[in-house]
Design a protein around this ligand. Structure first.
Ligand SMILES: Nc1ncnc2c1ncn2[C@@H]1O[C@H](COP(=O)(O)OP(=O)(O)OP(=O)(O)O)[C@@H](O)[C@H]1O
Ligand SMILES: [Mg+2]
Length: 240
């Protein structure tokens, strides 16, 4: 028996209207994501990847079609219910890390729990656990400017994981990193996925996408392919 999808998109379109001009950024896209998958979303600049991500992440709603999270149509929820569902269900990771400069690593990681009604003491304890999970506990009291790009991204991933989300959504998480650091971040995502974490990752980098079992490709807002490979290719070392 196949698992019930975590998220399902049915004939989803999203049209932006600016100054009377309509741009359909995502057009008639349908797919399901099952619990435990790691999915790469690829496509040229402007092909609708971030627009799609915003709908999967409950930040935006389709103009047409429907997004279901665990079987519930997210458009049927009030804005407040959707926000609280988002806080509990989705962990976001961005290319530019988006850490708060005036807060140290452990405070940044603890932040999402403020909206979940968790006490400060428990927030910090859980943030330390989350930092441990990404190998950053030794930098808990460093501020973002005192961390390397790769370290900042690890902290951002710890923050995304803090509320035990159903899905981690990452938009170009390695886009600002050199290739070696990017590979380390990818290895961290792969390790999280092996523990059962569902991950959807936008990437321009074919090398990154080949490390994901499933790849969805967009072109001009349309889904042009959705392929799952049986076996991942072994990662080539820098020497080969
Ligand atoms: N808020 C917005 N208002 C109007 N148009 C938008 C908005 N956001 C995106 N678009 C347009 O929708 C299209 C898809 O944009 P989107 O950001 O989803 O692409 P992308 O695949 O993420 O690109 P990139 O790889 O450059 O990040 C583009 O033509 C873009 O200009
Ligand atoms: Mg984008």
């Amino acid at each position: 028996m196949t698992a019930l999808p975590l998220i399902s998109l049915r004939s989803v379109s999203r049209t932006y209207r600016t100054d009377g001009i309509a741009v359909t950024a995502v057009r008639n896209v349908s797919f399901d994501i099952a619990p435990g998958e790691i999915v790469a979303v690829m496509g040229p600049s402007g092909s609708g990847k971030s627009t799609l991500m915003n709908m999967i992440g409950l930040l935006d709603l389709p103009s047409e079609g429907a997004v279901h999270l665990e079987g519930a149509n997210v458009a049927a929820l009030s804005e407040d219910r959707r926000s609280s569902l988002r806080a509990r269900s989705i962990g976001f990771v961005f290319q530019s890390y988006n850490l708060l400069a005036r807060h140290n690593a452990v405070e940044n990681v603890a932040l999402p729990l403020v909206y979940c009604g968790v006490s400060r003491k428990e927030r910090l304890a859980r943030a330390e656990q989350s930092l441990q999970a990404v190998g950053m506990l030794h930098r808990a009291h460093h501020f973002p400017r005192q961390l390397s790009g790769g370290e900042q991204q690890r902290v951002a991933i710890a923050r995304a994981l803090i509320a035990s989300p159903l899905i981690v959504l990452a938009d170009e998480p390695t886009g600002a990193l050199d290739s070696r650091t990017g590979a380390e971040i990818l290895a961290l995502f792969a390790a999280l996925n092996r523990t059962g974490q569902t991950i959807v990752m936008i990437t321009h980098d074919p090398g990154i996408a080949t490390q994901c079992r499933r790849t969805i490709r967009l072109h001009d807002g349309e889904l042009v392919s959705d392929e799952t490979v049986a076996e991942l290719l072994p990662r080539r070392s820098a020497a080969s």
